[in-house]
Design a binder for this molecule. Structure first.
Ligand SMILES: Nc1ncnc2c1ncn2[C@@H]1O[C@H](COP(=O)(O)OP(=O)(O)OP(=O)(O)O)[C@@H](O)[C@H]1O
Ligand SMILES: [Mg+2]
Length: 384
């Protein structure tokens, strides 16, 4: 296969100009693991780092001391060297509440926070988690406390969701239904009842029939309060976009060497280019390689077949079969990766091997970090 340029992860994390690294990719490919491993490596190479994780696996969270979901970074114990690693788990609901507290006067904030619709809906707008991750990133950057921020992205099916979220939430808040519902507030505080009586809109009338006036009023109060808070929504989304486009920001796309993940990675890379967001490279995670390159899959399988036919050396035959399967898997993975490299030949790539077990402690993260840094997955694979 045509080799992509190697991704020099160490140069990236050592560069003081790198301020934000965003780990993106489709669901389950290793975004959280990569973010945590990068954070640890950067800290152990001397930087002051914060990792913003989203939904880390429980054991990984515990190993980083992330036992409380309190929405503030905590120092991770057990790191080596002079740098510092801090980590936090994104608490979406808490972040949403904080935005409201920061942008509404206390009375209105209270009105929103205690509204039953807020309580049940604030966590279920599509894109909320993505948007809140961006909000939190903005807050961390603004605090100026860390010289490197590493951002994990939410477990969406599509990597693009992360970039689409602000727009989608914005559309929701600007939407037709919202405008109808918020009309009374904008029309000078007329009540929903008066509004309906005044004959405004079939939709509101129909909604009253379905929901009843008091429920509709709850919704209206909620939405108009929310509208006030997110009034400058587009402007805020714009600011976050600028942060993502800034030269100190680096996007790392994570994928596993399987068709869907590689395809998603390709889409994402194209989208980043359209948005003028700085991509630094692709991490191919969970690759399978074989150290024994002199024995091909075909010859190995043929030898196994021969032994099996003769009923001799069953253990040797089994080992040969395993080797053959492994070589075939490696070849398949390389082909998938080649799809990416043929369409994006200039995107640098680094690889991390599939470990024998889940990554759930600092040692595991260190091993991943080392591979990210050297781009050579083979060594640990054999020893795993
Ligand atoms: N190189 C690896 N070898 C073995 N296991 C791995 C490797 N990378 C990640 N894993 C495991 O795969 C699982 C998924 O990884 P991770 O949680 O980092 O993915 P994710 O992209 O963040 O997923 P989600 O989209 O759900 O957030 C975890 O159990 C993790 O320990
Ligand atoms: Mg994750």
């Amino acid at each position: 296969m045509r080799n992509p340029p190697p991704l020099d992860v160490d140069a990236l994390i050592d560069d003081p100009a790198t301020r934000i690294i965003v780990c993106c990719g489709s669901g389950g490919v290793g975004k959280t693991t990569t973010a945590a491993a990068l954070g640890l490596r950067a800290a152990e190479r001397g930087r002051s780092v914060v990792v913003l994780t989203v939904d880390p696996a429980k054991r990984l969270a515990q190993s980083m001391g992330l036992t409380e979901l309190d929405n503030t970074p905590r120092r991770v114990k057990g790191t080596r060297g002079s740098g510092e690693l801090h980590a936090m788990m994104l608490d979406m609901k808490r972040t949403f509440d904080e935005i409201i507290e920061a942008h509404a006067d206390p009375e209105r904030a209270q009105q929103i926070l205690t509204n039953p619709f807020y309580q049940s809906l604030s966590s279920s707008f599509s894109g909320t988690q993505e948007y809140m991750a961006m909000e939190k990133l903005g807050q961390l950057r603004h605090s100026g406390e860390w010289d490197l921020i590493i951002v994990d992205t939410p477990p969406s099916r599509s990597a693009l969701d992360f970039l689409d979220a602000p727009e989608r939430l914005g559309r929701f808040l600007d939407g037709r239904l919202i405008r109808i519902l918020t009309a009374p507030a904008k029309a000078g505080g007329r009540s929903a009842f008066k509004l309906l009586n005044a004959g405004f809109g079939m939709v509101a009338g129909a909604l009253t029939k379905v929901l009843g006036a008091s429920v509709l009023k709850d919704i209206q109060t909620f939405v108009s309060a929310l509208d006030a808070v997110f009034g400058g929504f587009r402007q805020r989304a714009e600011q976050t976009y600028q942060l993502l486009q800034a030269s100190g920001t680096a996007f790392l796309v994570v994928a596993i060497p399987e068709r869907d993940a590689i395809r998603e990675a390709s889409y994402f890379v194209e989208r980043l280019a359209e948005e003028r967001m700085p991509l630094v490279g692709l991490v191919v995670n969970r690759v399978h390689r074989s150290q024994i390159t002199t024995l091909s899959a075909a010859r190995s399988a043929a030898a196994a077949e021969e032994l099996e036919a003769r009923g001799e050396h069953p253990l040797t035959a089994a080992v040969l079969r395993l080797h053959s399967d492994r070589m075939q898997l490696a070849a398949r993975e390389r082909r998938e990766q080649e799809h990416f490299t043929s369409t994006h030949p200039s995107v640098p790539v680094t690889e991390v091997s599939a470990m024998a077990e889940d990554v759930h402690d600092l040692d595991g993260l260190r091993t991943i970090g080392e591979q990210l840094g050297t781009g050579r997955p083979e060594r640990t694979e054999a020893s795993a």
